[in-house]
Design a protein around this ligand. Structure first.
Ligand code: KG4
Ligand code: ZN
Length: 340
C-alpha cells in the first residue's frame, strides 16, 4: 500500500439501512449493507425499531466491511459518518460509533451530509462511467427528499427546487400501499410497470410554481379512482395491477422531468445527473437516456448499488471533506434536519 493512499471508513445509518464501506482513494474496496426487515409488517419505517436495529448491526457491518476490503482497522486513516438529515435515533448510532472509533484509533473524523453524499456517489471510481464535470444539475430523488441541485463543486451546492409535501420515493411507496403492495413499494411498482401500459389510466399532475414539486395530490387522486372503480369491479386493482403501476410510475416520472428539463434550459446546463433511491427506477433511468439524446445532455446515472442508501457514498463525500481539512470535533451531534 503506497504511503499516499488514503483509506476511509464510511458509516451510514440515517434511516433503515446500516452500512459501512471502505474507500481507498476514490475506489471502493467494500460496501456492506444490513437492511431491516422489522419494518415490513408496519408498512413503513418505525424510528424506534430502526435505531435499535442499527445498534445491533453496526459492529458486525463494520467488521464485515473491513474483512471484505482485506485491510486491518489500523490501516484506516479517517472515519466519515452521516450527520444528517435523517431519523435522530438512527443518526445517533452512526455518529456515536464514528466518535468512539475515531477516539480509539486516534484518527480524525469527518461529518457528511446524506443528501450531498447521494450526489457525490457519482465520483466513486468506475471504469464504465465518466465522472460529472462542474457545474452539473442533479435530480436527487429518495424516500425522504426530492431536490433539484446545482452542483458547482464538491462542497458548493445550491438547492434550486424541492418538494412542498411528499418526496418522490414516498409517492411511489404510498401509491404502492394503496395497491396493497408491501413496503417499500417503489421497487415493486417498477417491476410490475414493465408489463403494463403507461397511458392506460390518467392521474393528475400537480401544477407548482418555480422548480418545486408536489406529490401529495397523487395519492388522493389514486385513492378516489380506486374507490370509484372497485364499486363496480371489486377486483379492479388485481386485474389491472400492471397498468396501474405503469400509469402511476409514468405520472411521477413526467412530474419530475417537467421540472428537470425546464431547470436545465433555464440554467443552460447540459450536464445532468440523477441520484437517490428512486434513481434505481428503470423507467426514470431510460427516460433520462431519452431526454439526454433529445437535448444533447451529458447524462450521469448511478450504479444500482449506489442509488439506495449506502456507506460508499458517505466515504467518497468524506474524502473531499478530509482533503479540504474539514474535521469534525468530538462534541459534534447528529442533526436530523441538516441542510445542503
Ligand atoms: O435513498 P433511499 O435509499 O433512502 C432515503 O434516503 O430515503 O431511497 C429509498 C426510496 C424508497 O422510497 C424506495 O421505494 C425508493 O427509494 N426506490 C424506488 C426504487 N428503488 C428504491 N422507487 C422506484 N423504483 C425503484 N426501482
Ligand atoms: Zn438516502
Amino acid at each position: 500500500m503506497s504511503k499516499k493512499d488514503i483509506i476511509i471508513l464510511g458509516i451510514e445509518s440515517s434511516c433503515d439501512d446500516t452500512s459501512a464501506a471502505i474507500l481507498k482513494n476514490e475506489a471502493i474496496l467494500s460496501n456492506e449493507i444490513a437492511g431491516q426487515q422489522v419494518h415490513v409488517s408496519y408498512g413503513g419505517v418505525v424510528p424506534e425499531l430502526a435505531s435499535r436495529a442499527h445498534q445491533q448491526n453496526i459492529i458486525p457491518v463494520v467488521d464485515a466491511a473491513i474483512k471484505k476490503a482485506g485491510i486491518s482497522k489500523q490501516d484506516i486513516d479517517v472515519v466519515a459518518f452521516t450527520r444528517g438529515p435523517g431519523l435522530l435515533g438512527s443518526l445517533i448510532v452512526g455518529t456515536s460509533f464514528a466518535k468512539a472509533f475515531s477516539l480509539a484509533m486516534h484518527i480524525p473524523m469527518v461529518e457528511v451530509n446524506h443528501m450531498k453524499a447521494h450526489i457525490l456517489a457519482h465520483f466513486i471510481d468506475d471504469a464504465t462511467k465518466e465522472k460529472p464535470q462542474f457545474p452539473f444539475l442533479c435530480l436527487t430523488v429518495s424516500g425522504g427528499h426530492t431536490q433539484l441541485v446545482v452542483v458547482d463543486g464538491f462542497d458548493d451546492m445550491q438547492v434550486l427546487g424541492t418538494t412542498r409535501d411528499d418526496a418522490a420515493g414516498e409517492a411511489f411507496d404510498k401509491s404502492a400501499k394503496l395497491l396493497g403492495l408491501p413496503y417499500p413499494g417503489g421497487p415493486l411498482i417498477d417491476k410490475y410497470a414493465q408489463f403494463g401500459n403507461p397511458v392506460a389510466f390518467t392521474f393528475t399532475k400537480p401544477s407548482v410554481d418555480d422548480f418545486d414539486f408536489s406529490f401529495s395530490g397523487l395519492k388522493t387522486n389514486i385513492l378516489q379512482f380506486i374507490q370509484k372503480q372497485t364499486k363496480t369491479q371489486p377486483n379492479f386493482v388485481e386485474e389491472n395491477l400492471h397498468d396501474l403501476c405503469a400509469s402511476i410510475q409514468a405520472t411521477i416520472i413526467e412530474t419530475l422531468f417537467e421540472k428537470l428539463t425546464s431547470a436545465a434550459m433555464h440554467l443552460n446546463i447540459r450536464e445532468i445527473a440523477i441520484a437517490g433511491g428512486v434513481s434505481a427506477n428503470s423507467g426514470l433511468r431510460s427516460r433520462l437516456e431519452l431526454e439526454g439524446k433529445k437535448h444533447d445532455w451529458k447524462i450521469h446515472i448511478p450504479k444500482f448499488e449506489y442509488c439506495t442508501d449506502n456507506a460508499a457514498m458517505i466515504a467518497i463525500a468524506g474524502r473531499y471533506a478530509y482533503l479540504a481539512g474539514q474535521f469534525a470535533p468530538q462534541s459534534i451531534s447528529a442533526n436530523p434536519r441538516l441542510k445542503i
